[in-house]
Design a protein around this ligand. Structure first.
Ligand SMILES: Nc1ncnc2c1ncn2[C@@H]1O[C@H](COP(=O)(O)OP(=O)(O)OP(=O)(O)O)[C@@H](O)[C@H]1O
Length: 488
């Protein structure tokens, strides 16, 4: 659809673009990104025919750009530029209707039913029908942006060139516009070339991204390859981190602020632990990076407060997350900053230990009841029943963990717990075999992310050794305490 071949050029004596070549296929959503001044707008101006090239050629549908008349080009290419806002005193509808110019015939322009239909349709698609009779001068930046987008769409182009189309739009219109562009490229074969400053939006929506650096193509590839951490760091000269989008297979980048509120090196220990008959609570002086399976605050996050709540054995609730959130709120906790677990164990039977290594330390807190003990290798013999967690393991680490170390911490802790059950000969009542855990165990790994960097937490690493020992000892002690209580 579009073929840019060895294009160079710029303004008067200043050459901005240097030997640029790339192709865009029909139906592609093609992103152009790059730092300020890298030549993105210049490139778009050349493709739209506003700015001449000094070298090279641009082909649209295999025909050179210069061979098109202005009107012919307007039937194929529509442009939404950054400075579209040069608004004369037109109404919204009049402004959109100007987009039909390229399709009107003869000296005396006629307005036909199809023109009206198209104008109404694009106004609806861009959400501006309601104020079609308003003067464009009276609109907000985002509303104007949508009017000029509607004007470009009224042109019924085959190629849509957009210079930062989302820069005035609020979150919902950004998403709506990009969803629409994606829909039109996928379903109607519209070809879209768009400049993006927001690399995450580019990563989320584009089929391919061209990264410009000082007027040269740094790379033209799929988003995952273009948005590599080292590449973006080098080209944009800033610290970022790449992570997968939580819902779709797209890369996302987060900025790493240089200015961080530096808290004093904190140490999580038993002085921070408080217990009532109703719950055990630990308030960290700063948010901790967490990975957990709590009823509240599960998954990966940052949390301040940790609550292990006692509930009766007969606790039964259709929405235990909501019920727990309500409980937390009514006790003065902020659910969005809390990892919350439940247990039927008497909280007095909690076991906790602090272990120190040269440069890091861990604090482990465990409640354990084994009424629900299960041998995982034979769990098919059990019916599915959700009851409050019976072994709740909290592991606080005063150190900086990698993602790998978080996951390995869970593995190491699970092995240690299983060994404790084995050594105490805790049995699965249904199968008569040694239990490996209980049916609803919960775990929390929470790290201060300050101090020594701990790459790994496998069983024979320094961190793994501490976790293994602490979890084994605390689980054993907590089980013994709760078993003793039953015998009394
Ligand atoms: N009309 C102009 N006359 C002379 N030089 C210009 C003109 N417009 C842009 N330039 C220069 O060309 C270079 C590339 O500008 P361009 O607008 O293409 O960059 P960009 O990548 O779109 O930047 P931004 O992200 O800031 O929008 C810059 O150094 C800029 O100063």
């Amino acid at each position: 659809m579009l073929n840019v071949q060895h294009v160079s050029g710029g303004y008067s004596n200043e050459s901005v673009l240097k030997d640029i070549s790339f192709e865009v296929q029909t139906g592609e959503l093609f992103g152009i990104v790059g730092p300020n001044g890298s030549g993105k707008t210049t490139l778009l101006k050349m493709i739209s025919g506003i700015l001449p090239t000094t070298k090279g050629d641009i082909y649209i549908r295999e025909k050179k750009l210069q061979e098109y008349t202005t009107k012919q080009l307007a039937q194929i290419v529509a442009v939404l530029s950054q400075d579209s806002s040069q608004s004369f005193s037109y109404t919204v509808k009049e402004t959109v209707s100007l987009g039909r110019y390229a399709h009107q015939k003869g000296w005396f322009q006629t307005w036909e039913d199809t023109d009206e239909e198209i104008v109404q349709r694009v106004m609806k698609q861009t959400g501006i029908s309601a104020f079609q009779n308003k003067n464009i001068q009276q609109l907000s930046g985002g509303e104007k942006q949508r009017v000029f987008l509607a004007q470009a769409l009224a042109q019924e182009p085959k190629i849509l060139l957009l210079d930062e189309p989302t820069n005035h739009l609020d979150l919902s219109y950004q998403k709506e516009l990009l969803d629409l562009l994606k829909y039109w490229t996928t379903e109607s074969g519209l070809t879209v070339l768009s400049i993006f400053h927001d690399l995450n939006l580019a990563g989320l929506y584009c089929d391919r991204i061209l990264l410009l650096e000082n007027g040269n193509i740094h790379i033209n590839h799929i988003p995952n390859e273009v948005l590599r951490e080292e590449r973006i760091r080098d080209v944009y000269h800033t610290e970022i981190q790449k992570q997968p989008h939580p819902k779709v297979a797209a890369p996302q980048l987060v900025l790493l602020p240089t200015y961080k509120i530096k808290t004093k090196a904190i140490q999580i220990n038993e002085e921070m632990l408080q217990r009532t008959n109703e719950y055990i609570q630990l308030n960290a002086p700063a948010p901790l990076r967490t990975m957990s399976s709590g009823v509240i605050g599960s998954g990966i996050g940052w949390n301040h407060t940790f609550v292990n709540r006692h509930v009766g054995k007969d606790y039964n609730c259709s929405d235990h997350r909501l019920e727990m959130a309500t409980f937390l709120k009514s006790n003065g906790f902020e659910p969005s900053e809390t990892v919350g677990m439940m247990t039927a164990v008497i909280l007095e039977d909690v076991s906790y230990k602090f272990f120190d290594h040269d440069s890091f330390s861990i604090f482990v807190v465990i409640t354990a009841g084994v009424g629900n003990a299960i041998d995982v290798s034979k769990s098919e013999h059990h019916s599915y029943l959700t009851v409050p967690g019976t072994i709740n393991t909290w592991i606080f680490i005063n150190g900086e963990l990698t993602e790998e170390a978080f996951i390995q911490s869970i593995m190491t802790a699970t092995e240690a717990k299983t060994k404790a059950l084995h050594d105490l000969k805790v049995m699965d009542r249904v199968t008569g075999t040694t239990a490996t855990g209980t049916s609803t165990d919960s775990i929390l790994i929470a790290a201060t992310q300050a101090g020594e960097k701990l790459e790994y937490a496998g069983t024979i690493t320094p961190l793994g050794k501490l976790i293994g020992k602490a979890v084994y000892e605390c689980t054993s002690e907590a089980i013994r305490k709760s078993q003793k209580r039953k015998l009394v």
